[in-house]
Design a protein around this ligand. Structure first.
Ligand code: ATP
Ligand code: MG
Ligand code: MG
Ligand code: MG
Length: 480
């Protein structure tokens, strides 16, 4: 039985087996207390070893970090912070851990634990983060299932670069030193996948649209890859993305879906991960105490999550946002490293100003300049006060994070899409299948991509994206 289940029992001296890893062991010669955790819950269960009950040789092996099974009686406990404990009768040590075990019963820094990523799962903080990550992933499927969406598996190996940002990882089947060469003597990458140029997907959107234009409502939830050779706290080379795509949906419907989706999954975590969230909240409060008073955040983690669930997101156009940024007080304007002007791709400092200082709530920005957005976004017919052409794009921005969702209504007019494809320099031959959907029963449709790790960052209150994915892939970091 897992510890999570044991803790639901009424302790009345029944026989029980507890299996897990030793968190702490303390005690005197006549009595020893061993705290055990099996990862099923944040909570430990305490085994009490009375004088002489277990041989010294076995007790010696049951060190911090070792894997053990304790058999004994489940009894009520008078100890603070626990309602029950196990009176040990036998202990089996599956695997001991020597003094070099790095996860000792003290607070380790997250930087240190990133170096020990193979063992950091054993800490309270990473146990909590990954249990919450699991709950959020489950809630994603639950939400879309309830809304009549089908989970469509889009390919990992693909020939289409949806974002056109040149951040794709090539897939190569070449044998070392046997790669075909171009007449100039360079490796001919146009043949890298058994004679066809391919790469790892940066987004399942283009393929997802094919599904939506038949099944009406689909979503993908899979790994995506971007060769971002930068070290930010918001970018990974491998991250998980959730991408719904919906037929007969306009931009407004898309915004409504995004907002209700995010609220749903956060509510799910609030309801189902109370203990882990409280633990992370307390951890953050300890950290806040180290900061000067004026830099401490106003809201506690759980209040912050509830605020997002209970309040409408602010919605405005990119053009209106630029106006706000331009009118921001000189002191704050100076804060911007990148100059503000209509047409710029907003930097995270701009996004965070809007969300954290100006509106103090999540924001959905729409109708971005056409030039800074991908080719597939639907072009606006009217300028609506903007000084240049815009597209029906929407980005959802979150406090502490910046962009969490990027989406749009898709261009459904064949001629307009074709013209745009050529304008940005994509070879129409490469996406002939995508273009063809606009020839046969084209329909208005929309969708978006939510970066799953950015959501997990927000919900857990962690600040570095490397700490919310089990195996972070960042430049030079791919060992395990
Ligand atoms: P950013 O501006 O932060 O680089 P983007 O605009 O390049 O993001 P999109 O192509 O719009 O990203 O992808 C949709 C979502 O995927 C983003 O809103 C974000 O939540 C997430 N995302 C994008 N790139 C990464 C990455 N390298 N690591 C983690 N999440 C990412
Ligand atoms: Mg990017
Ligand atoms: Mg962006
Ligand atoms: Mg984006």
């Amino acid at each position: 039985m897992q510890i999570k289940e044991i803790l639901k029992l009424t302790p009345e001296g029944q026989s029980i087996v507890v299996k897990g890893w030793v968190k702490t062991k303390r005690g005197q010669s006549n009595i020893v207390f061993i705290n055990i955790n099996d990862g099923s819950t944040l909570k430990n269960i305490q085994a009490v070893v009375e004088n002489g009950k277990i041989s010294e040789d076995i007790l010696k092996l049951a060190t911090t970090g070792s894997a053990i099974a304790v058999t004994g009686k489940l009894v009520a406990s008078a100890g603070a912070g626990q309602t029950m404990e196990v009176l040990a009768e036998t202990i089996e040590v599956y695997g001991t851990a020597d003094e070099s075990y790095p996860i000792q019963p003290k607070k380790h820094s997250l930087e240190f634990l990133r170096e020990k990523a193979h063992l950091r799962f054993r800490t309270n903080v990473f146990g909590a983060v990954f249990r919450i990550r699991h709950a959020l992933a489950y809630a994603v499927h639950k939400f879309y299932n309830e809304q009549g969406f089908f989970y469509l598996h889009t390919p990992i190996i693909t020939a289409s670069d949806a974002e056109g940002a040149g951040e794709m990882f090539r897939v190569s089947t070449f044998e070392p030193n046997k790669a075909p060469l171009t007449p100039e003597g360079n490796i001919d990458f146009s043949q890298d996948f058994f004679g066809r140029e391919t790469a790892l997907t940066v987004s399942g959107q283009l393929e997802g649209e094919l599904g939506a234009l038949a099944l009406s409502r689909i979503y993908t939830f899979g790994p995506t890859f971007r060769a971002e050779n930068s070290n930010t706290s918001r970018h990974l080379a491998e991250f998980w993305m959730i991408e719904p795509e919906v037929a007969f949906f306009e931009l407004e419907d898309n915004m409504n879906l995004a907002e209700s989706f995010v609220k749903y999954v956060i509510s799910y975590a609030l309801e189902n991960c109370k203990e882990d969230l409280e633990f992370l909240e307390n951890r953050l409060l300890e950290e806040e105490k180290q900061k000067p008073q004026n830099e401490r955040s106003e809201l506690k983690l759980i209040e912050k999550l509830k605020f997002v669930v209970e309040n409408d997101f602010e919605r405005l156009t990119y053009t209106e946002a630029i106006d706000i940024l331009l009118k921001s007080k000189p002191a704050q304007k100076k804060q911007f490293q990148y100059e503000v002007a209509w047409g710029i791709d907003l930097q995270s400092e701009h996004e965070r100003y809007l969300v954290e200082k100006h509106f103090k709530k999540p924001v959905i920005l729409t109708n971005y300049p056409k030039e800074i957005k991908a080719f597939y976004m639907k072009q606006d017919d009217e300028l609506n006060g903007a000084p240049g052409a815009t597209v029906r794009a929407m980005d959802v921005l979150f406090p502490g994070i910046g962009e969490i969702i990027g989406g749009s209504q898709r261009e459904d007019n064949y001629e307009k899409l074709m013209a745009r494809v050529k304008e940005v320099g994509i070879d129409p031959e490469n996406i002939w299948w995508y273009l063809e959907t606009r020839k046969f029963g084209s329909a208005p449709h929309s969708g978006f991509g939510l970066g799953f790790e950015r959501l997990v960052l927000f919900v857990t209150g962690m600040t570095n994206i490397r700490d919310v994915i089990p195996f972070p892939r960042t430049p030079k970091n791919a060992e395990f």
